[in-house]
Design a binder for this molecule. Structure first.
Ligand SMILES: Nc1nc2c(ncn2[C@@H]2O[C@H](COP(=O)(O)OP(=O)(O)O[C@H]3O[C@H](CO)[C@@H](O)[C@H](O)[C@@H]3O)[C@@H](O)[C@H]2O)c(=O)[nH]1
Length: 454
């Protein structure tokens, strides 16, 4: 019997995700048409013997989270519960605090997944590796280039045995090009070192108490455990931690730009895992062209952008596109590649939409052009307006490159990035919004370039 824990963090986390995290908790932000953590849950539910999935975090169990849990339980026919930490306990504190719930029923092992990663989650392979040679900790690792490796946990392995010999969390100088994916398989024994850290923290905290304070009271900081520094770094080289290397898809989801990139990865994976989620060609429905196939006659630039010069009776789709069944899309729109259209969205005639996410209830009026952008819930983009961002994808010439999720600013200036319209933003007709972030409920009256509109 197996379990899975998803670490979803809380409202103080995900600040790089603003303004999108104002509306829904970041783990529920839709990536490729479904909430970010639904991808995790789907992967866990497919592992034979999965008994229960626990979400651990410090969000208030508000309505969107509760509704999501109820729907997910029904869909996957598994108990999926939310366990709320009384305070942020770090990546390991919640695992120790809720150890009884995790170990209830005697699981053979449990997966631990960071919520803010996108992956093909090779969980069954990890389970095979674990069963072949059980150890307390099995980490999923991938490779990164030297510069980017500094943003992750870095792993030095024994290449023959795959034992983790050395682990440094976000080092300041190069340590290894193998990085921690934030996807683990732990055996029940893994909780013992967490207990040791907890007890050590408790003792250290008591030593710091002012004279006369009641030392039997639990020191509040004792509950915080950093899985990476307190456990992986401390236990590396002692035969307890192993790494399984993957070359499958993997990316962090820290910023809105990385959500767009993750959406592309998941949409391309849908071809294998969920073909039914991709909008398809039917005789009376959308026409699809693969943007990579040169021999096909692609539409002209004007057709691509405006779709008005060659009126069509069916929608033109380029590459992978997700369209929620309740969305209304005009037949002369041109969508894709990498487009996700949410529930109740309206897309007008002649709209051109690529590399973008359009969220629940938004409206793109006739002939708008939206590129490399996220259009927030209930926002409206007026006729002939152009909303455009700059892609911030990993370097395509470096197979080990990942997304840069660095700061939005450099030298006090907003770096060019995707354009984000917060919820219920109104963009008037015939304006240009370029490389900008528009906060929720703004009604713009003119064009903006490279600005955060507060
Ligand atoms: N329940 C809970 N979850 C938390 C807490 N703090 C963080 N998390 C969750 O734990 C995950 C890791 O969060 P961060 O602390 O922001 O770490 P990171 O910068 O993403 O780095 C981690 O992930 C990388 C891979 O994406 C790793 O490379 C790195 O080593 C580390 O594990 C996220 O899913 C986050 O929501 C907490 O106090 N409580």
């Amino acid at each position: 019997m197996l379990k899975a824990v998803i670490l979803i963090g809380g409202p103080q986390k995900g600040t790089r995700f603003r303004p999108l995290s104002f509306e829904v908790p970041k783990p529920l932000f839709p990536v490729a048409g479904v909430p970010m953590i639904q991808h995790h849950i789907e992967a866990c539910a497919q592992v034979p013997g999965m008994q229960e999935i626990l979400l651990i975090g410090f969000y208030q169990p508000d309505e969107p989270l509760t509704r999501f849990l109820e729907a997910a339980q029904q869909e996957f026919n598994l108990p999926i519960r939310y366990l709320q930490e009384f305070a942020p306990l770090g990546t390991g504190g919640g695992l120790y605090h809720f150890r009884d719930q995790i170990l209830a029923g005697g699981p053979e092992a449990f997966f631990v997944l960071n919520a803010d990663v996108c992956s093909d989650f090779p969980l069954s392979t990890m389970l095979d590796v674990h069963r072949h040679q059980p150890h307390p900790f099995l980490l999923l690792g991938t490779t990164a280039n030297r510069t980017q490796s500094l943003n992750y946990g870095c792993i030095v392995e024994n290449p023959q045995t795959h034992e983790v010999l050395h682990y440094v969390e976000k080092p300041s100088t190069f340590v290894s090009d193998i990085i921690n994916c934030g996807i683990y398989l732990f055996s029940p024994e893994a909780l013992k070192p967490l207990r040791d850290v907890f007890q050590r923290n408790q003792q250290d905290g008591q030593l710091c108490l002012p004279l006369g304070e009641d030392s039997s009271v639990l020191w509040p900081g004792a509950g915080t455990i950093r899985l990476e520094q307190d456990v992986f770094s401390a236990l590396a080289g002692q035969g307890q931690i192993y790494v399984h290397l993957t070359d499958g898809i993997w990316s962090q989801i820290k910023s809105a730009g990385s959500a767009l990139y993750a959406s592309r990865l998941y949409l391309s994976q849908y071809q294998l895992t969920h073909p039914e989620r991709l909008a398809k060609h039917t005789p009376e429905g959308p026409r699809i062209r693969d943007p990579d196939v040169k021999s096909q006659s692609l539409p002209s630039l004007n057709q691509m952008w405006f779709g008005v010069f060659a009126p069509r009776s069916s929608l033109l789709l380029l590459g992978n596109v997700y369209i929620h069944p309740t969305a209304k899309v005009a037949p002369s729109a041109v969508l894709g590649p990498n487009v996700s259209i949410g529930e109740g969205v309206t897309i007008g005639e002649g709209v051109r939409l690529r590399e973008s996410i359009v969220l629940h209830g938004a409206t793109l009026q006739e002939h708008t052009c939206v590129l490399h952008s996220i259009v927030g819930w209930g926002s409206t983009v007026g006729r002939w307006a152009r909303v455009e961002g700059t892609p911030s994808d990993p370097n395509p010439n470096d197979p080990r490159a990942h997304m840069d999720s660095e700061s939005l600013f450099k030298d006090g200036k907003l770096l060019p990035a995707i354009t984000i319209l917060g919820c219920r933003v109104r963009i008037p007709a015939e304006v240009l919004i370029l490389n900008s972030i528009v906060l929720p409920h703004k009604e713009l009256s003119r064009s903006f370039t490279n600005q955060i509109i507060l």
